[in-house]
Design a protein around this ligand. Structure first.
Ligand code: ADP
Ligand code: MG
Length: 359
């Protein structure tokens, strides 16, 4: 028998709990930026500008023209589990905001220096205040000149976590992730103007306009060759949007663009949004690759942008701390139907093309 005494079980300090939670949600700069971007979209922003220094490790700033934050809500802004979006757990199935946990800004304030400048529409001036470890600067918000909307400045990410800091990749790698994430949203939210630049540079690396279409933004973000090769894609099954019947197992609507058989990408690109959230779904990606493999010459890889709508109660958005993976019901059936629709699209295009060539 082991004679050493067991260590006593103790409740962790709240600050430690919060720092652990923060580490789960924010693993790298792009996670922090995605949370802030989703807040801007939830606030109804139609213009979002991002500035980045050292891949986001030194500085991440996001400016939006959304509804802003009321003065009386500022003390709660970075408090963990304080949110304006969710009231009851059941609301999660019908949630129409991207945020719901009230954890993002709190987490960021535990691992970085966070400063907020905000101005509600119709206010005469803005307010600026810093946060640390979930708490607003006791000196309170200071009046300042501002534009309507909110600017969040995050500096020195992971200043208090040397392991995490060391684990981060070179800043160009982190910046690449940031541009990829913003690019996905820029295509999906074509009604919103996006820009992203490195601090000190005048030319943005990503720039989309508010009035452009999804296809315009695919062209801007991914290039003209991709945009030219795309076929519009639509598929529906069941009664999504109306009352969903019990036996209506895999009901969904899918809409997007899929590259035609002539497109020769280097790697498969699947940009997938499920119920308005950007997500990864490896089984779907593999199935799409297999569908294309039957049509494309060897080594050619497709580009697919897909927006899926599923009944709210078929999707579990709360599966993963970074919300990057969602769980949904009837996954296999759904993937099968989607790929069958994609296959008919590609085959029809191929047949039509062969027909034209033989004329
Ligand atoms: P959540 O988004 O889950 O509610 P966050 O920590 O991301 O949690 O944000 C906390 C709250 O701060 C939000 O519920 C929202 O009311 C407010 N907020 C955050 N960012 C913005 C923003 N850019 N514009 C307006 N309000 C914001
Ligand atoms: Mg949020």
């Amino acid at each position: 028998m082991n004679s050493t005494k067991p260590a006593a079980i103790r409740q962790l300090d709240e600050a430690v709990v919060n720092q652990i939670a923060a580490g789960e949600i924010i693993q790298r700069p792009v996670n922090a930026l995605k949370e802030m971007l989703e807040n801007s979209l939830d606030a109804g922003a139609t213009s979002i500008s991002v500035t980045v220094k050292d891949g986001g490790n030194k500085l991440l700033q996001i400016q939006d023209n959304g509804h802003g934050v009321d003065r009386e809500d500022l003390p709660l802004l970075c408090q963990r589990h304080a949110t304006s979006k969710l009231r009851e757990y059941e609301d999660l199935t019908s949630i129409n905001t991207l945020g719901f946990r009230g954890e993002a800004l709190a987490s960021i304030s535990y691992i970085a220096h966070l400063t907020v400048t905000t101005m509600t529409h119709g206010a005469t001036h803005g307010l600026k205040v810093a946060y640390r470890d979930g708490v607003m600067d006791p000196a309170g918000p200071k009046p300042c000149a501002a534009n309507p909307g909110t600017t969040i400045l995050v500096e020195d990410l992971f200043y208090n976590s040397s392991t995490r800091k060391k684990a981060l990749k070179a800043s160009s790698d982190e910046y690449g992730r940031i541009l990829d994430m913003l690019g996905c949203y820029a295509v999906f939210k074509a009604g919103v103007a996006f820009s992203c630049k490195k601090q000190g540079e005048s030319k943005p690396d990503l720039h989309t306009m508010a009035g452009s279409s999804r296809l315009d933004n695919i062209r801007t973000v991914h290039g003209a060759a991709v945009a030219r090769a795309l076929l519009p894609f639509k598929a529906t099954q069941g009664a999504t949007g109306t009352a969903v019947l019990e036996e209506d197992a895999a009901s969904f609507t899918a809409e997007g663009y899929a590259s035609g058989p002539d497109y020769n990408g280097k790697k498969t690109q699947l940009i997938l949004f499920i119920n308005g959230r950007p997500v990864d779904c490896s089984p779907l990606k593999r199935a799409i690759e297999a569908t294309y493999a039957a049509v494309l010459p060897k080594g050619y890889k497709p580009f697919v942008f897909l927006e899926l709508q599923l009944p709210g109660d078929h999707v579990d958005v709360n599966l993963h701390p970074t919300k990057h993976e969602v769980g949904f019901l009837h996954q296999d059936a759904l993937i099968e139907q989607l790929c069958a629709a994609l296959d008919s699209l590609l085959t029809a295009y191929d047949t039509q093309r062969t027909y034209k060539q033989t004329l």
